[in-house]
Design a protein around this ligand. Structure first.
Ligand SMILES: [Zn+2]
Length: 88
């Protein structure tokens, strides 16, 4: 079975499979709907960090502080943030 190429978000690594997964519903956007705004541009770091922490809290029922640290560690490894140390 051949999987179609599945791009992942450059900010959080989320696999983007449906139009709704992409920022602004734009297939081909570099970021997912959590990390990008309606025009497909990357949101500010603090917003992305909060959105990803909220996602962990919802998905894994984590404590807010733990979720925030996990989100911070995740983002630090991603291309969108790794390239710019000022954002850490
Ligand atoms: Zn993302």
């Amino acid at each position: 079975m051949s999987e179609p190429y599945c791009p992942s978000c450059g900010s959080c690594g989320f696999p983007m499979r449906t139009p709704e997964d992409f920022a602004g519903g734009r297939i081909g956007a570099l970021y997912c709907s959590t990390c990008g705004d309606d025009s497909g541009e990357l949101k500010p770091y603090d917003e992305v960090l909060r959105a990803n922490a909220d996602y962990f809290i919802r998905q894994q029922d984590l404590d807010a502080g733990v979720a925030r640290e996990m989100a911070r560690a995740l983002l630090a490894t991603m291309p969108a943030w790794r390239a710019d140390p000022k954002r850490h």
